[in-house]
Design a protein around this ligand. Structure first.
Ligand SMILES: Cc1cc2nc3c(=O)[nH]c(=O)nc-3n(C[C@H](O)[C@H](O)[C@H](O)COP(=O)(O)O)c2cc1C
Length: 333
C-alpha cells in the first residue's frame, strides 16, 4: 500500500493529502466545498463539471465555475465536452479563475452528455480523447488530469489502453471510477481493474467508487496499490468523510464522529449559506442536501418529508431547530 502520509506530486503541483473530494454535479458548489474543506483543509476538491462549449458562447462565467481564490486551494475545475479547441479555451478561463488543476470529464454516463460526445462516450473515441488532452495540456501551465470509468460496458472494458493513452497525451493523473458506463452507479465498484491500471501507467492513479468509510479507503488502497482515493456519494449529507479519512491517514487515529446534533447544526448552516449564495434557487437545491443530512435518528423520516418540500428559508431553519430540540440526550453534543 502507498505511504499515505507522503505528499502526492501531480506535475508541478504538490498535494499534501491523498484523499480527494469528487466533482458532483448539483452538489459540489462553493458552499459545499467550504464545508468539506473545514474538515479536510489539505484535500483537493473539484467544481461541478462545466460545459466547455457553453463557456465559449457566454460572456460571464457560470456560477458553477466560481472559485474563492482566497481560501480555495488546492482546487480543480472540471470541464466536459468533446471539442478539443473549446476545451483548451475553457481551460485557459479555468486557470484565470484560479484552478490549480484542470480535469476533463470522460466518465459521465448521462445521455444528455454522451449523446453530444462528452463524458464516458470519449471512452469509445480514444483518439479524440487523446487529442483533447494534448490540446488542453498545450494551452495551460497547470496539470491536466482525466476522470473516467472502466469502459462503456462489460463488453468494452478498455481502461488499460485508455489510461496509457491519456498518459502518453500528457495527463498528469488519472482518476478511475471503477464501474462501466452501462453500470451507472449500480453494483459494486470493481477495484481490481485499478490494480491493473497501476501496472500499465506511471502517472498517479486515484481510485474512485464505493469509498464510504475509513475502512473502505484502506481496503481500496491495499487492493489496488492506487496513489490515493476520491470520495463521492459518501460525502452527500456527510461533508466530514474526506476529513475523517485524511485524518486517519495522517495520524492513525479516528476522529470522533459527529453527533446528530452537530450534523443538524451543520445542515442548518448549509441551508443558510446556500440561500445567501444563490437565493431562492439555493433554497431549492438545499432541499436534497437537507434530506441527506436528516438520517439515522428518531423522527428523521418525517423531517425528510418536510425538508424536501420547503418553500422558505425560515421554514427550513425552524424545522431543523425543532428537530434539534427534540433529540434524545444521547444524540446531542
Ligand atoms: C449526483 C452525482 C453527480 C455527479 N457529478 C459528477 C461530475 O460532475 N463529474 C464527475 O466526474 N463525476 C460526477 N459524478 C460521479 C462521481 O464523482 C463518482 O465518480 C461516482 O459517484 C462514484 O463514486 P461513489 O461510488 O463513491 O459514489 C456524479 C455522481 C453523482 C451521484
Amino acid at each position: 500500500m502507498v505511504d499515505v502520509k507522503q505528499p502526492l506530486q501531480i506535475g508541478n503541483l504538490t498535494l499534501r493529502s491523498r484523499v480527494f473530494q469528487s466533482p458532483l454535479s448539483g452538489v459540489t458548489d462553493m458552499v459545499f466545498r467550504r464545508f468539506v474543506r473545514r474538515f479536510a483543509p489539505r484535500s483537493l476538491m473539484y467544481t461541478e463539471m462545466v460545459n466547455a462549449t457553453g463557456l465559449h458562447y457566454v460572456k460571464q462565467l457560470p456560477k458553477i465555475m466560481e472559485v474563492d481564490r482566497e481560501v480555495e486551494t488546492p482546487i480543480a475545475i472540471q470541464l466536459f465536452d468533446c471539442r478539443p479547441h473549446f476545451l483548451a479555451e475553457a481551460a485557459v478561463k479555468a486557470v484565470a479563475e484560479g484552478a490549480d488543476l484542470v480535469d476533463i470529464n470522460m466518465g459521465c454516463p448521462v445521455n444528455k452528455i454522451t449523446r453530444n460526445g462528452g463524458g464516458s462516450s470519449l471512452l469509445r473515441q480514444p483518439e479524440l480523447a487523446q487529442e483533447i488532452v494534448r490540446q488542453v495540456v498545450a494551452a495551460v501551465p497547470v496539470p491536466v488530469t482525466v476522470k473516467t470509468r472502466l469502459g462503456w460496458s462489460d463488453q468494452e472494458i478498455n481502461i488499460l489502453d485508455f489510461a496509457k493513452r491519456m498518459e502518453d497525451a500528457g495527463a498528469k493523473l488519472i482518476t478511475i471510477h471503477a464501474r462501466t458506463r452501462a453500470q451507472g452507479y449500480n453494483g459494486s465498484a470493481r477495484w481490481e481493474w485499478i490494480r491493473r491500471v497501476k501496472e500499465v501507467v506511471k502517472i498517479p492513479v486515484i481510485a474512485n467508487g464505493d469509498i464510504f468509510s475509513v475502512e473502505a479507503a484502506i481496503a481500496c488502497l491495499e487492493q489496488t496499490g492506487a496513489d490515493g482515493v476520491m470520495c463521492s456519494r459518501g460525502t452527500m449529507g456527510y461533508p466530514y468523510l474526506v476529513g475523517e479519512i485524511d485524518h486517519f491517514f495522517q495520524t492513525g487515529q479516528r476522529r470522533t464522529p459527529p453527533t446528530t446534533q452537530a450534523k443538524l447544526l451543520l445542515a442548518r448552516e448549509h441551508l443558510q449559506a446556500l440561500y445567501d449564495y444563490k437565493g431562492i434557487s439555493g433554497l431549492r437545491q438545499a432541499r436534497k442536501h437537507m434530506t441527506w443530512y436528516a438520517k439515522g435518528f428518531p423522527g428523521a423520516s418525517t423531517l425528510r418529508d418536510q425538508l424536501c418540500r420547503l418553500e422558505t428559508l425560515q421554514e427550513g431553519l425552524d424545522l431543523l431547530d425543532r428537530a434539534i430540540e427534540s433529540l434524545p440526550p444521547e444524540e446531542r453534543n
